[in-house]
Design a protein around this ligand. Structure first.
Ligand code: GDP
Length: 463
């Protein structure tokens, strides 16, 4: 990629790039996207509009044929979006052909033959950023939106795409710049502005700003948004774990039998509650086993139990819990758990509540239900929904942004502390500049090729 200026917003690529913008393989349609100074010329050499119209009106869909060496190759639609009113702010052409591998490969080959280069992963979006149409957080939102698996994740990505993160960061930058102006004034005019007064006025605001940035960093929420809430169902064999998983998934995903230990490996599925994906994993019993297959399952179960966001521990109220139940209780102690007292349709074993009294299980972490009859499942779904929180509401939802916001907040707190400790204001200014630089990396005000390479490496070709 050749750039002839270095200022963001003024860069113009001299090359023309092309790629398939839709997934490869067979499909009803495939869209080939071309961007750059030669995009329209390339289209004109390939595409013959119906009725021989030659106007190629901007952003008007045209019907016609792709013709190569005098042979019609496909019947298709094409649209021209001239700079700067396009996705990349360059001349962009999109051709909708039939989604066959042969058609796509012939058209792309012809496009490359006519001078376009194969686009790198994310290069269209990268050009949109480099040409100043979107900031870096918006560019990342494109990928977030494409990979969203729940409605809340998609909504959050769209908000970010529409500038939600950009506005939040810009506001923080504006506040910081005005506080920095106060520091500069105190440095430049020591006779007029008393240092203690400046510190008294500025340091608390720096801390407030740092706290605002930290409040926007909810890594757990972001992970829930990205991957869903990871819930593991544990308990000893026959407690009703598979039945509970099936009931929640409303399908026969796990095999339900009454021979203890049948569910040897983890079985999983996911549901959506209120636009949030909830991954449910059923685990093998945690008991020690001689049998290799079962032992592998047990080890996997232990790992899954530890790494989950929430554990549903299933107990059979028709039985007096024993050492095996207690071993699982000890394993999950201190984690976020929900204790499911299952088989509420059966008479409770007289020893169950006595046993319960001897345990340290908080009452509000327990639920009584019948997986088999579906009694109490709505309440359980509500608890799962509540456990996921409202991750889509945060201004920052990407790990890269949160890391930078935390670094900015730390620098602000260091500056405030240094001020309060009476260190020279010039020293504090170094930390404030550092904070401003970190915020700038979120939006891409400050960027390096390495940063862009890192961000766009996660994209796929054609985006
Ligand atoms: P797992 O080994 O913990 O996965 O347990 P399963 O889900 O395979 O259930 C073991 C046995 O308990 C099966 O016979 C289920 O039909 C039965 N079971 C599960 N849940 C309930 C329930 O709520 N009520 C009753 N009466 N039986 C249940």
């Amino acid at each position: 990629m050749i750039l002839y200026t270095v200022q963001k917003g003024e860069q113009m690529n001299t090359s023309t790039i092309a790629a398939l913008a839709t997934p490869p393989g067979q499909g009803g349609l495939a869209v080939i996207r071309i961007s750059g100074p030669d995009a329209v010329d390339i289209l004109k050499k390939l595409f013959v509009p119906a009725g021989n119209q030659t106007a190629f009106v901007d952003r008007m869909m045209m019907y016609g044929h792709i013709v190569l060496d005098g042979h019609p190759l496909d019947e298709c639609m094409a649209v021209v979006m001239r700079a700067p009113r396009s996705y990349t702010r360059e001349d962009v052409v999109e051709i909708q052909v039939h989604g066959g591998e042969q058609v796509v490969s012939s058209v792309l080959k012809a496009v490359f033959h006519l001078g376009a280069e194969a686009a790198e992963p994310g290069e269209f979006t990268r050009r949109a950023f480099e040409n100043g149409r979107i900031d870096l957080s918006q560019a990342e939102a494109v990928m977030q939106l494409i990979s969203a698996t729940g409605q809340q994740a998609a909504d959050a990505a769209l908000r970010q795409l529409q500038g939600g993160t950009l506005r939040f960061v810009k506001k923080a930058q504006t506040e910081l710049i005005s506080l920095m102006a106060g520091v500069t004034a105190a440095i430049d005019y020591p006779e007029e502005i008393k240092e203690e007064e400046a510190v008294g006025a500025i340091a608390p605001d720096l801390i407030r700003l740092a706290d605002k940035l930290l409040a926007a960093c909810d890594e757990r929420g972001a992970a829930v948004l990205d991957e869903g809430l990871r819930v593991v169902i544990c308990g000893k064999p026959n407690a009703g774990k598979s039945s509970l998983l099936n009931a929640l998934l409303m399908e026969d995903r796990a095999i339900v039998t009454d021979i203890p230990g049948t569910t040897r490996d983890t079985v999983e599925g996911s549901i959506q509650l209120d636009g949030i994906r909830i991954h449910l994993k059923d685990t093998a019993g945690i008991r020690d086993s001689e049998e290799t297959v079962e032992r592998i399952g047990v080890n996997r179960a232990r790992e899954a139990i530890k790494s989950a966001d929430l554990r549903l521990m299933v107990l059979d109220i028709g039985q007096k819990p024993d050492a095996e139940d207690e071993a699982i209780l000890r394993l999950i102690e201190g984690m976020d758990n929900l204790y499911i007292f299952n088989k509420s349709d059966l008479p409770e074993h007289p020893g169950f509540s006595d046993w319960l009294q001897g345990q340290h299980i908080p009452k509000d972490e327990t639920m009584t239900l019948s997986a088999q009859l579906g009694i109490g499942l709505d309440a359980l779904r509500a608890r799962l929904r509540a456990a996921a929180g409202n991750p889509g509401q945060n201004a920052l939802t990407l790990a890269r942004h949160m890391k930078l916001a935390r670094q900015a907040a730390e620098a602000l707190k260091r500056a405030a502390q240094a001020m309060q400790d009476g260190l020279p204001l010039d020293l504090c200014a170094v930390d404030l500049n550092e904070a401003l630089a970190r915020l700038g990396e979120i939006t891409g005000d400050n960027f390096s090729e390495a940063l862009l390479d890192e961000v766009f490496a996660t994209f796929c070709v054609g985006k």
